[in-house]
Design a protein around this ligand. Sequence first.
Ligand code: 26V
Length: 820
Amino acid sequence: TTAPPLSPLPHDTEGLKQSIRDAMVRFVGKDPKQATQRDWLDATSFAVRERMIERRLLTRRQFDAEDVKRVYYLSMEYLIGRMLEANLRNTGILDETREALAQLGQDYDEIVAWEDDAALGNGGLGRLAACILESLATQGYPGFGYGIRYEYGMFRQQFEPYRQVEHPDNWLRYGNPWEFPRAERKYPIRFYGEVVEHHRNDGSVHYSWEDGEQILAMAYDYPTAGYGRRNVNNLRLWGAKATRDFDLRYFNEGDYIRAVADKSQSESISMVLYPNDATAIGKELRLKQEYFFVAASLHDILDRHTELGYTLDDLPHQVAIQLNDTHPAIAVAELMRLLMDRHGLHWARAWELCRQVFAYTNHTLMPEALETWPVDLMTRVLPRHMQIIYRINHEFLEMVRRRFPGDEERLKRLSLIDEEGGRNVRMAHLAVVGSHQINGVAALHTELLKQTLFADFYQLWPERFVNVTNGVTPRLWMIQANPELTEFLGEKIGHDWQYDLERLRALEPWVADPELQQKFQQVKRKNKERLATLVRERTGIRIRTDVLFDVQIKRIHEYKRQLLKLLHVIELYNRIRDGENVPPRVVIFGGKAAPGYQRAKDIIQVINEVADVINHDPQVGDRLKCVFIPNYEVSAATVIIPAADLSEQISTAGFEASGTGNMKLALNGALTVGTLDGANIEIRDAVGEDNIFIFGMTESEVVAHRARGEVPEAMLAGRPALSRTVEMIEQGYFTCDDNATHAELGHYLRHQDPFFVLADYPAYREACERADALYAQPECWNTAALTNIARMGYFSIDRTVRDYAEKIWDATPEPVAPKR
Ligand code: 26V
């Protein structure tokens, strides 16, 4: 049957006004006179949603009619932020809607601010997933996201008054206008139970997985609009629902209360995002989350594949699946199970198909963040998968044995099972052997993967390892976050860069132009005013806007070295009190600590306490302010980033896989003070050595330094200013009631300092001084800042996605309608 034609909804101001008014009555159920701002948010969202779903259906029809290869992005995290403004912009009705609301007597900016962020992710990895989905739609790729519909996203951070306390993020409490629940798209997902062997007459053995318990995965669809195109893709998030079986078991026994209670327990699988990106947690619930969304997604992908009339042999031509880190790596075993146990394929053929379909992105080298699952746990929760993993491992190690006879150590290193200290499944190894391509997220990171973490695999299969440097979406991180800069660019070089970020290069001939520089400075100033308002609202602190804004925003981790910035802040404080004429600055921190990461929480506390002392010292006045903005999230980032002058990217070299905040800040005209780590290296190559402040040990110098095994304290010798800073922390100068935490942190720096804060400090201070010196010459600073903007084209997520499409997916864009 042919689908009925859609009668397109109007996209002009008058039509939108009508839709919003209608939605207020029909969906919100209120008279416009009684409506609150949140009601206007909902009514406006419904008006946009109608228009997006129309294009979603048209996009789907076109993809179904053509022989397109579909790309599926499997990610446990999507850090999306607010959806209304992004959807309005990408659908091309932002100005009209703003005007429609104005005519309805409503302030657009106030209305959009009522929306909670969709914070279904921790940090870099989750935000990258959101940027990739937006780019897939923008470039017209048939690319779809799968993930979990967490009822509680990333916790909300408060300081009481210095220490971080976590509050639940009940983002769905008022309902969510952006989702389409698909009650009919429900798949049963099994846990526990046992494997039953079936012996056939022909002598073959088949396996089935039986009993245990089942829960349902129900689909919730979030349309994802492309910018400047009609393409609308889909993000499908799975929510857990109890099966009817589940109910019946107890209802039949008459235990009504237990039935209802158990039901809510089974639905807890999709309840909450694990707020941890520092250390892998061996928790059963986490493993169940991973399998839950992987099993539902693969079932869905195979159903769609067969519904479209394809055979399993067509799978590699029609389907590419990208694993966002190892979190969905159980997909390798699950696809094997489906192909063999459900579709009757032989091992060898199933394995061939699997490897052609999957590719794996690694996002971290940190050993403690690498996922491993105790064999006992996996055997209990996923018995059939454990069996399949053993077989994969067996075949794989046999192959290794043939290539490296007698090399037992190599077998141990490569095995999917780590036999040291209890037996554990190494999910990264499963992902590597099950994928045709493995990628790191920046050039250095990919090299380190090849030389360290995956060195043995690289020796086996060098052709499987590729680099795909991360990127950011200019739609959110420039056009939305920085409308003034967007307009400024439009006046000077037109709008082409909005579709091809490399075209920002057209700005280069004008970077030293005094008139342009003056305008740029005005834009920065306005953005600083906007940030100053946010700071005042969230912290009560007043900051001046005519000084350097020095920004470090990212998760709190030892390797990211917020402590290095803090030591610098304390030194500046001391110099001011010593009567030195220190250039004024505002230092801004933002970021969350994993709730169980005590060291990170101590760092937050101490930063807050130091800040409190500095900000209330009359001798300091407004020459130095230090602000920790609570609850750093996507929507806060869009206010902070456009206001920054200095971007702190100061991780210990070799530890930050890529970074993406570094790209967002440079794109908005902040200069980077950074180590030669992650994508900082490529940013330096792009902007040129004179337009960035590089400092500190390189990755190989860090390795050599560590090998020397010096005590960190030795770095203090002959450095009176640094010694004084460390002593002040140790002695509790900045605290009135918690000497212990400060003493502990001081002791940590002096005697442990695993990320070489003290060793890199002198170089860091010198780099900051270079920055101050340049800032004192506004023409030079502005030239450098504008040059950064002009040369950031490479870091567009569109380039990243094209790299994936060409090097890994073999996918091509299928635009529904030409640009604009
Ligand atoms: C690990 C775990 C361990 C189990 C509990 C939940 C959880 C969640 C996340 C992670 C890994 C986080 C890895 C990560 O976010 N890496 C970041 O990825 C960014 C995008 O590629 C990159 O820019 C950052 O440098 C990198 O730290």
